[in-house]
Design a protein around this ligand. Structure first.
Ligand code: GTP
Ligand code: MN
Ligand code: MN
Length: 607
């Protein structure tokens, strides 16, 4: 037995044999200098963040501006999720489907074993027991992340419940846990000086759905390295959900209270950077409606014994896009962030020791230190914060957090929104004709690459239920699972489905709809449809609001803008139907029959 294996066994605070075996095996493989079991305490967090400040990975922010908060700056080559290096290694290639990268599992394991061999030399291996969702849930979902990054430990503490209490529960229930191995892939030679953000040129984010394991190599960036989030709570959880009869989705959850004091819960799936965190923290511009938050990124849902779809947020923090989050557009997020206890990654620094990003304040500071550490002045033509800069903040700092967030069995959903970024074609809001039509809307969800992505302007990417990068199995099987689960349920009890688009343009290129807080007007219309109170036009694509049925009180919007927002254009829809046809053909035979029927229905209504 090697020295590290002996250390694991002598210092391990657990008797769980599967955990001991796995940690020992990974320590022998990766060869860390030390093995440390994370307890999740406040003191531990203070010590680790102190060490990270010492190492230059974190910069402590001015406590008068952002108490107990830190800024991190990544390697410029490690700033986002790496979809081309993300793999689903199911036993059969067909189970990964056409939307995922696949490699034969044994071949991938051999490759990973080579990469991880000695990858933690000179570093500490941290063992983080964690739970996604509630520790007191009927069937709590556990994981253990092994990582050689203290930044990952600190961030995981914000995003999930971690440490000793979780470990005790795993032991008590003798529960299954997802083993998740992470290394930045930058071993240190004896005496070698570390860099502030160690990572590797080569990156691999790999999932083995049958054995429910995760391997992440080479990156320290959140979506690649905080393995409880996208890797577990979406990719692996979607496979668990398929096998166990529930759904793991890329959705926010909102609670709405009407002027009559009736409560409704809404979930919404939008692709990355298309407005989930913003809608989740909605500051309504209409009077008398109360909005509260339950989640901003991931939702786990299941039909209960009464056939009611119930939703929980398995996360404990926000990992939000910083640019565009500001006092004007999202004051609720700003208030949560300002309470401190946050880790900012790739934001700019102000001269008084705070953070800043584009869109945070109305006026741009004259001088900043940009995310790459260079002096920055407001006349420069590159942004000071990276466009994918993020804030990582505990969810309980949200003033508008609904108390139901803490309920293990979650909340009953009345409505589901699907939405993307579309300059044309898709109206502000369309109610599905029925549930099956709603699944059709979700399955054909699409978003345009923005002007920031050179060369690809206006190009459509289909992103079924906003899960394109997160489905842990075949896309057609994923849609079949939605159809199958709901077909066992009383149709009356199913949530109503709506397709929304905050991003449609007027002929002169501006946004047709003001968005942000004014999206409360769309939410109100949707709820009033459920209550049978709001009018709609029965169009070929579904129910679209009449101009009079939307509450526009106090809104400064021209008739042209409103028309552009709500229009159902026959020519645009003929093209759309063609494009959906093309998309559906990519599924081969794996698409559910019902959806082909929906497409035929749409075409015949359009004709
Ligand atoms: P992930 O966390 O990556 O999954 O993304 P997200 O869906 O949470 O996106 P987020 O809410 O952070 O929004 C991303 C961008 O969309 C920001 O630049 C926002 O300013 C912009 N945005 C959000 N809501 C609206 C809206 O109603 N109208 C307009 N025009 N822009 C919006
Ligand atoms: Mn997301
Ligand atoms: Mn978000």
């Amino acid at each position: 037995m090697g020295q590290t294996a002996q250390q694991v066994l002598s210092e391990a605070p657990t008797t769980n044999q599967r955990l001991l075996d796995w940690v020992t095996e990974m320590a022998e493989l990766t060869q860390p200098d030390h093995v440390y079991w994370v307890d999740g305490s406040e003191q531990e967090y203070s010590r680790l963040t102190d060490e990270l400040v010492e190492a230059g990975t974190l910069k402590r922010l001015n406590p008068e501006l952002f108490p107990n908060s830190f800024a991190a700056f990544s390697d410029p080559k490690d700033v986002a999720r790496v979809e081309e290096q993300t793999f689903i290694c199911s036993a059969k290639e067909s189970d990964a489907g056409f939307t995922n990268n696949w490699m034969e599992p044994a071949e991938m394991k051999a490759k990973l074993n080579g990469l991880f061999a000695g990858s933690m030399r000179g570093r500490t291996m941290y063992v983080i027991p964690f739970v996604m969702g509630h520790l007191e849930a009927k069937d709590p979902k556990f994981g253990v992340e092994i990582t050689d990054s203290a930044y990952v430990v600190a961030s995981m503490r914000v995003m999930a419940q971690i440490g000793t209490e979780v470990l005790r529960k795993i032991e008590e229930l003798d529960a299954f846990f997802v083993p998740a191995l992470h290394s930045v892939g930058a071993p240190l030679q004896p005496g070698e000086q570390d860099v502030a953000w160690p990572c590797s040129e080569e990156k691999w984010i790999v999932h083995f759905p049958e054995e429910r394991s995760i391997y992440s190599y080479g990156s320290g960036y959140g979506g690649n390295a905080l393995l409880g989030k996208k890797c577990y709570a979406l990719r692996i959880a979607s496979v668990m959900a398929r096998d166990e009869g529930w759904l793991a989705e890329h959705m926010l959850i909102l609670k709405l209270t009407s002027p009559e004091q009736k409560t409704y819960y809404l979930a919404a799936a939008f692709p990355s950077a298309c407005g989930k965190t913003n809608l989740a923290l909605l500051d309504p511009t209409i009077k008398d409606w109360k909005v509260e938050t339950l989640g901003d990124d991931i939702t786990w849902m299941r039909f209960d014994d009464e056939g009611q779809l119930r939703a929980v947020n398995p996360e404990a923090g926000l990992f939000g896009v910083a640019p565009g989050t500001g006092w004007d557009t999202n004051p609720n997020a700003m208030r949560a962030i300002s309470k401190g206890n946050s880790i900012f990654t790739n934001c700019a620094l102000t001269d008084d020791g705070g953070v800043w990003w584009e869109g945070m304040t109305h006026d741009t500071p004259e001088h900043l230190t940009d995310w790459q550490g260079n002096s920055w002045t407001s006349d420069m033509d590159h942004p000071a914060a990276h466009p994918n800069a993020r804030f990582c903040t505990p969810i309980d700092q949200i003033d508008m957090l609904a108390p139901e967030y803490y309920e293990p069995e979650g909340v009953p959903l009345s409505a589901i929104f699907f939405g993307g970024r579309r300059k044309t074609t898709i109206p502000l809001v369309t109610q599905a004709r029925d549930w099956s039509h709603g699944i059709f809307m979700g399955s054909t969800l699409s978003s345009e690459t923005t002007a920031a992505a050179a060369g690809a302007l206006g190009r459509l990417r289909r992103d079924p239920m906003a899960m394109l990068p997160f489905m842990g199995y075949d896309a057609g099987d994923y849609l079949k699972h939605w159809v199958k689960l709901s077909s066992a349920v009383d149709a009356e009890k199913l949530p109503k489905i709506f397709l929304v688009n905050w991003f449609r343009r007027t002929p002169d290129g501006g946004f047709a709809w003001p968005g942000f807080g004014d999206n409360s007007r769309v939410v109100k219309w949707a709820i009033e449809r459920i209550e049978g109170k709001a009018d709609a036009v029965d169009t070929a694509i579904g129910f679209v609001p009449t101009a009079e049925s939307l509450d526009l009180d106090g809104l400064d919007i021209s008739a042209e803008q409103l028309e552009a927002a709500l229009k159902v254009d026959a020519l645009e829809w003929a093209e759309e139907a063609e494009s959906i046809d093309e998309w559906y053909r990519r599924f081969g035979g794996s698409l559910p029959e019902e959806l082909l029927g929906e497409l035929e229905g749409l075409k015949s209504r359009l004709a």
